[in-house]
Design a protein around this ligand. Structure first.
Ligand code: PBG
Length: 328
């Protein structure tokens, strides 16, 4: 008779908000959020990015203000991308001592360097006139080893300007080793490398390419970024190589479409794992919410919880300041 009623009732733990809060297995904390920021050389006003409402290409001044707001909200770190006034084939502005990233990093470190971690993305695509992440051969391919020297120079320039974490995102083979050696050779053996280890050639980067003005002028990035349908184990191999080369933390990117990869990586390594909730993930939510089709705030939280639950220790998200403010 009693057997027709359940003895086990999972709903008992769901009845009250206090109960749900107490038994929650996944929590978000502002300190694990990282805000990606864009600074553009030679503009007088911040430029809104059409496909990313609420995100701006900053002037040096508006960047400082936005970084200050992030720090106030308790955001753990920021990662800086720069758009130079002049681009060329080798991305000269990437390692120029007075390049826009170097100037802005110095500002940020002096303003918020004690309250949040100031990181720099290290790549060439924002700085090259062709928009690829490296130096090209005469055939128009990205020359891996010639590019490594450029990444090393850019990383050293960023470290000299005060960058507290170097984050190489170009997916060249050997990039972590090349950057590690260059940093060590310049006295920056204490500066960590956060490697974009498992970075997929993703359509979800679309809005970023508007934000960073770095869409490839021909071709695509499929010959260096990973294929979403690629070999089983490829992400773990990339992660292992980066760790062998001296990476201090690793990243999976994008987040939402690669939560399985994130989980695999988290279960395999013994370093912090970051996930990047990329521009397209942001744009989709803002666009649908703008039409009243989804509950924006709940979708943002649900997606961040999913990324956290899949194993991210740190999450790069354009909503970092807003979310951190709510969590506080
Ligand atoms: C490359 C880089 C990209 C992103 C971060 N670093 C673009 C790309 O690989 O094409 C994308 C981030 C986003 O979409 O939010 N330097």
């Amino acid at each position: 008779m009693t057997a027709q009623f359940p003895v086990a009732r999972p709903r008992r733990l769901r009845r009250m908000a206090t109960m749900r809060r107490m038994v929650a297995g996944t929590r978000l904390h502002p300190a694990e959020l990282v805000l990606p920021m864009f600074v553009k050389e030679g503009i007088d006003e911040p430029h809104p990015i059409g496909s990313m409402p609420g995100v701006f290409q900053h002037t040096r001044d508006s960047l400082r203000k936005a970084a200050h707001e992030a720090a106030e909200a308790g955001v753990g770190g920021l990662i800086l991308f720069g758009i130079p006034a002049v681009k060329d084939a080798r991305g000269s502005a990437a390692d120029a001592p007075d390049g826009i990233v170097q100037q802005a990093v110095a500002d940020l470190v002096s303003d918020v360097g004690d309250t949040m971690v100031v990181m720099t993305d290290t790549c060439l695509d924002e700085f090259t006139d062709h928009g690829h992440c490296g130096i090209l051969t005469s055939d128009g391919e990205v020359d891996n080893d010639a590019t490594l020297e450029r990444y090393a120079a850019a990383a050293v320039a960023q470290a000299r300007a005060g960058s507290q974490v170097i984050a190489p995102s170009g997916m060249m083979d050997g990039q972590v080793a090349a950057i590690r050696a260059a940093l060590d050779g310049d006295g920056f053996e204490q500066i960590p490398i956060l490697a974009y280890s498992a970075k997929y050639a993703s359509a979800f980067y679309g809005p970023f390419r508007e934000a960073a003005e770095c869409a490839p002028q021909f071709g695509d990035r499929n010959a260096y970024q990973q294929d979403g349908a690629g070999p089983v184990g490829e992400a773990l191999r990339e992660v292992r190589l980066d760790l062998d080369e001296g990476a201090d933390a690793v990243m999976v990117k994008p987040a939402l479409a690669y939560l399985d990869i994130l989980r695999q990586v988290r279960d395999t390594v013994d370093v912090p794992v970051a996930a990047y909730q990329v521009s397209g993930e942001y744009a989709m939510v803002e666009a649908a919410a703008g039409r009243g089709w989804i509950d924006r705030d709940r979708v943002i939280m649900e997606s961040l919880i999913a990324i956290r639950r899949a194993g991210a220790d740190m999450i790069l998200t354009y909503w970092a300041t807003e979310v951190a403010g709510k969590l506080q």
